[in-house]
Design a protein around this ligand. Structure first.
Ligand code: SF4
Length: 330
């Protein structure tokens, strides 16, 4: 007996990195307990990157391959592509008729992002960008999701989908949509190797499918305690990127390493070697699964086509209820 229904998605921004792993590990757990639909939300990618479409299909395949490599199982969840289920667009359109613009404008990420992208010289003051929390609500509600796994910063988006569900049910006097609950996930924020935000564009990420050599090289580049110049200097692990990673991936040794660092009983080279070994233990199996999947050409397209087909069947049932409530024909 499943605990409820879940929809969650990611934009196809390219190959994933280790910073995405905790979200994926959470999804892998949730697929056992909930009836899950996981979507590659390609229309969302267009809200901020509408000019960058050359590699979109490639990026969709890459992200799906990473999901499968990390342990998502198409026998246990539906893995779909948003644009292959046109009902997302229809529900978004119908919701847009009954959603006050002020709900979207007050979304905390909206003004922040407009400003952030503006500073980068990028124009995203577009109709689609304003409406993206509503498209997100359509994504969630289309599958009658009862739960949405999110980090703290995304709670306002789930709140909009709850408000939209409430308004729809009240306005059309039909209990079509459940109000989805937040399933708060602890997602530790991993810095890039240079202690900035981890991003492929900065080159400071560790790819989910990095080779053992790439892992060693990225760990070698990690910023350590800048006050520890010589091995005999006492260290401060609290300001060291390597230590941040040990805390997440090496819970058995982390306390001992921190204590040894403070007493200068361990050098940074040895400390990094231990971390690289731990990261390889986590990423090695993901890389192996990816290699196995790559040996089966067409497998990712098949998974996405089948997942989208199942998602369309679910979406079609919901849209019948929505159209009937709103008095429109399909
Ligand atoms: Fe960082 Fe480890 Fe060096 Fe201490 S010993 S400064 S925790 S890399």
């Amino acid at each position: 007996m499943k605990k409820g229904k879940i929809f969650s998605g990611m934009r196809p921004t390219g190959r994933l990195h280790i910073g995405h792993l905790s979200v994926l590990e959470n999804w892998v757990r949730l697929q056992e307990e909930y009836d899950c639909v996981f979507g590659v939300v390609d229309w969302h990618a267009l809200t901020t990157s509408f000019e960058d479409v050359q590699s979109l299909q490639q990026r969709i395949r890459e992200i799906a391959l990473d999901w499968l490599s990390a342990g998502l199982d198409p026998e246990k969840c539906d893995i779909m592509v948003q644009s292959q289920v046109k009902e997302h667009a229809e529900l978004h359109l119908l919701f847009s008729m009954m959603t006050p613009v002020s709900w979207l404008e007050r979304c905390p990420t909206y003004k922040d992002q407009i400003q952030q992208f503006g500073l980068q010289g990028k124009e995203i003051n577009m109709y689609g960008f304003l409406g993206y929390p509503l498209l997100m609500s359509a994504d969630i509600l289309l599958y009658l999701a009862t739960h949405v796994p999110v980090g703290q910063d995304q709670i306002p988006h789930v709140e909009i989908s709850r408000e939209v569900a409430r308004r729809f049910n009240f306005m059309y006097q039909k209990e079509v949509f459940p109000e989805p609950q937040v399933l708060l996930s602890e997602v530790p924020l991993l810095p890039g190797v240079d202690n900035r935000k981890m991003s492929k564009s900065y080159g400071n990420d560790i790819s989910l499918t990095a080779s053992p050599e790439e892992i060693k090289e990225k760990v070698r580049l990690m910023i350590t305690d800048p006050g520890r110049v010589r091995k005999t200097d006492l260290g401060n692990p609290d300001v060291c990127v390597v230590h941040t990673y040990h805390k997440i991936y090496n819970d058995v040794e982390v306390e001992g390493i921190a204590s040894d660092c403070r007493k200068a009983d361990i050098g940074c080279v040895a400390c990094k070697q231990r971390l690289a070994a731990k990261l390889e233990a986590v990423l090695g199996p993901i890389r192996e699964r990816r290699d196995q999947l790559l040996a089966k050409p067409g497998i990712v397209d098949e998974v996405l086509a089948e997942g989208s087909r199942k998602a369309r069947a679910r979406a079609s049932e919901t849209m019948s209820l929505v159209r009937e409530a709103m008095g429109v024909k399909g």
